[in-house]
Design a protein around this ligand. Structure first.
Ligand SMILES: O=P(O)(O)O[C@H]1O[C@H](CO)[C@@H](O)[C@H]1O
Ligand SMILES: [Mn+2]
Ligand SMILES: [Mn+2]
Length: 403
């Protein structure tokens, strides 16, 4: 019997999205953004030396075909990564009109987003007045702070003190279809923040805003403010069934690891394990050891994106990639006959690019357990169809199996 492991390296794009010029960071189109290639170039030029050194070294991903996939996706030259691939490799392009996490994951799970997302304009105020009043009222205060596009770490530094004085939540957005609410875990209250986000989410979902994200933080004016790991995403419910449902309906368990539970609103998911990426890697290793036949393990490693991509930290992103490569290398050696491990990503987040938003890119498709060769240029939804095919399940939706 077969088992499948679908692992999303959040934001590890490889450039070359055919529609990159219609997605933006501020006023600059994403055309030419390339998360992995630009990191590889920076490393080779000695410009990513914090906590690591020299050329980007990802031997396990390279062995699966990462370099070949990068060259297939985009013509931008970069040094190294020329090991002959021993895995199945290719690249995938997204059709959904969003370059965010839910769009990417839903489509990887077989469902291109069937509507246009609501994005808030990069103006101040950014939110319609009636929506801001609704949020303030739901929070039991007489206004909101922020009401603009902002990087989350910068806005708590700027407005944290005022938030603590007034009790008004910090409400902000980005190039993604999101409303984010930052509030102090102690002075505002963590439970109160989570309740607020949960309460207002249906109204935002009705407007086709993809997510309301609770962004709790701690600290003080004297010591500075830091976000905690108690972030919660309240995502719009999926309009139809996806890979997780297909697997469950066929009798297989679905084990989610990391943000997958939030992204799919627990739809079609039996178990969820959370934690930082190091903890998630342990959970993935445990699933490789104990997942049952017919199961899908679906993991998301978010720190590439949340800690390094949005913060435009090239060295940090390179370090995270090298750590991930070493860890996934150990996991690959534990795979059994009949296992398929597919590594991919949901969008880009080029840390060398202006702005702080995601970048529209193609993503790598790297498969262990199916021998060597290329799958070529595929669609995101083909990932779901291929995993279904591997598990002997008939896929729904537009994807085609590349197995
Ligand atoms: O700057 P922070 O708060 O990390 O926000 C980032 O996180 C959000 C969700 O992934 C994105 O929309 C992006 O803007
Ligand atoms: Mn993402
Ligand atoms: Mn992100």
């Amino acid at each position: 019997m077969a088992r499948a492991f679908l692992v999303v390296m959040d934001s590890v794009g490889i450039g070359g999205a055919p529609d990159a010029s219609s997605f933006f960071n501020g006023d600059l189109p994403d055309l030419g953004a390339n998360t992995l290639v630009h990191i590889a170039q920076a490393c080779a030029a000695g410009k990513a030396e914090e906590g690591r050194s020299g050329v980007l070294s990802l031997p396990n991903l390279e062995r699966l075909g990462l370099g070949a996939a990068m060259r297939l996706a985009s013509p931008i030259p970069f040094p190294g990564f020329d090991m002959p691939p021993q895995g199945r490799w290719g690249c995938a392009a997204e059709v959904s009109r969003g370059k965010d996490t839910p769009s990417g994951h839903w489509e990887l799970a077989g469902l291109p987003v069937p509507w246009d997302w609501c994005f808030f304009p990069d103006t101040t105020p950014s939110f319609p007045a009636d929506l801001s009043s609704y949020v303030a009222q739901a929070a039991g205060v007489d206004g909101i702070l922020g009401d603009c596009h902002a990087p989350g770490t910068a806005i708590i530094e700027r407005l944290g003190a005022e938030h603590m004085q007034t009790g008004k939540p910090i409400v902000y957005t980005s190039a993604d279809s999101v409303m984010q609410i930052a509030a102090h875990e102690e002075s505002f209250g963590l439970e109160r923040l989570l309740d607020l986000c949960q309460k207002i989410a249906p109204r935002l979902h009705q407007m086709k805003v993809g997510r309301v994200i609770a962004r709790p933080f701690v600290g003080s004016v004297q010591d500075g403010f830091t976000r905690t790991t108690n972030r919660r995403d309240f995502a719009i419910p999926l309009p139809s069934s996806v890979l997780t449902n297909w697997v469950q309906d066929a009798g297989g368990p679905v084990y989610a690891i990391g943000k997958i539970g939030d992204i799919f609103s627990m739809q079609g998911i039996d178990t969820l394990q959370k934690g930082d990426d190091a903890t998630l890697m342990q959970h993935l290793a445990e699933r490789v050891a104990n997942a049952t036949d017919g199961s899908l393990t679906f993991a998301n490693f978010v720190e590439f994106d949340s800690i390094y991509g949005h913060r435009r930290d090239v060295s940090g992103y390179a370090r995270a990639l090298e750590w991930f490569d070493a860890e996934i290398g150990k996991i690959i050696t534990k795979l059994r006959e009949g296992d398929l491990l597919l590594l991919t990503a949901d969008h880009g987040n080029d840390p060398s690019w202006p702005g702080t938003d995601h970048t529209r890119e193609q993503v790598p498709v790297l498969i262990a357990g199916l021998g060597a060769g290329t799958v070529g240029k595929v669609a995101f939804a083909d990932v779901a169809a291929s995993i279904a095919d591997h598990l002997g399940i008939v896929p729904e939706g537009p994807g085609r199996s590349f197995l």
